[in-house]
Design a binder for this molecule. Sequence first.
Ligand code: PEP
Ligand code: MN
Length: 506
Amino acid sequence: MAVNGTHWTPSTWRSKPAKQEVIYDDEASLKKTITKLNILPPLVTPYEIQKLKNELRECALGNAFLLQGGDCAELFDYCNQDMIEAKVKLLLQMSLVLIYGARKKVVRVARMAGQYAKPRSSPMETLNGVEMASFRGDILNSYEPDVEARKPDPARLLDAYYHSASTLNYLRGALSSGLADMHAPLDWSLGHVVDSSVRDKYQQIVSRIMDTLEMMRTIGLDTGSGLETVDLFTSHEGLLLEYEQALTRRLRQPQNTPAASQPQAQVTSMRQSSQPGRKVNGTSHSSAYVRKSSVSATNPLMSHYNTSAHFIWIGDRTRQLTHAHVEYFRGIANPIGVKVGPTMPPSDIVPLLDILNPNHEIGKIVLITRYGHDKIKDHLPAHIQAVQNSSHNGTVVWQCDPMHGNGRNANVTVPGTEGTSTIKTRRFSDILSELQQALLIHQEHDSYLGGTHLELTGEAVTECVGGAEGLTEEDLSLNYTTFCDPRLNEKQALELAFLVAGFYRE
Ligand code: PEP
Ligand code: MN
């Protein structure tokens, strides 16, 4: 298959250099596992993928907002009813708050059912005086601090598939059975809120949301309106290309979802739907779009889909233009994300978009910016301008990840001992600050912040400090359970949604 004029297959990435490379000792077992993965059924379908793509187009156009969240590292053990339900309910509640605040449709994407591979800054670590490979996620090796257990094990690729399948199976069943029924009672409390004026403000918003739902029920607008069930898409970092390739399938493009890949229709609807939203640079953008999109019109029916998730993204450590990850991603029809950190030169953004989205499909690419609260103002404006001055203007979804640039270390006392240890944390105020700055910077640059990307969990963990409950560094050891980065707990995540909703309402 030719993509962007050059040969591409699901395996052309193998001829390119790769960061975060994985070397398996046992070649025979790897081969056997891949053979099995190749015949297992897709986890998601082109129809669903296209549906998400259409919704992301609305995010790019300023008509919808993308809420993406979940664990940093999803463990196989998180594949259980309680944890799945807690995360889904949290994402649902947050989305209701955001709909209320922004008065826009919210597209929900979970970092879930496959977020099993982790990039690491250092391939080795020393634990209890023994040097061993770092934990790279359940799909690769075990968290157990043991030299043997830390070796990459090909059997884990299959375990990842089955855990994804189980998680997805329960997600689908639970959603269609009313887990997301907005009439069901939800826990809206923010716990022990330190500041009473903050609590009163939240209470007002919750009451308004409840009143709206109640009114819809009274006048009969709730039945059949989608309030009983909601769409939830899945996503993960597409890091382990062995796995991603094994689940890449050449499949028929769905015919019965709005055809986002049809150039003329796309340009027309962009113009129409941009009316109530924001300005789009119609002239220069659409002419470039029509010209370039004739490439894909030669094979309109079949595409390569990554069927391991609806949406996958390239991490900040693996987005080099000439390397393996960009090569793999450029050939798949899914919507895809790219993490954009402070080390991304503005001059790389347009070449990257040219490679990943040669047909200028609107909403195909989500740029997930993650600079840090103290760096965002130095980088985001130039990144926005680079896109605005190119033929990709108006095609990308800008999403703020206020988590990954705001990591810091905290010294905590180890319970039962006199000693202290260093753990990773994030300040709620830094996370909020990056998100608020992103909203403002986009506004000032006549751009649209189309979403946010968060690390969160439905459990009452104590991993990030701050928030309405006023968690301190001393509290961190109470329930610090992450195996990778610190996550917002359910109260902090909900509070963040309330504060972002407030931005739109003020
Ligand atoms: C992540 O999302 O967990 C992650 C590793 O992010 P980044 O690639 O932005 O560092
Ligand atoms: Mn992370």
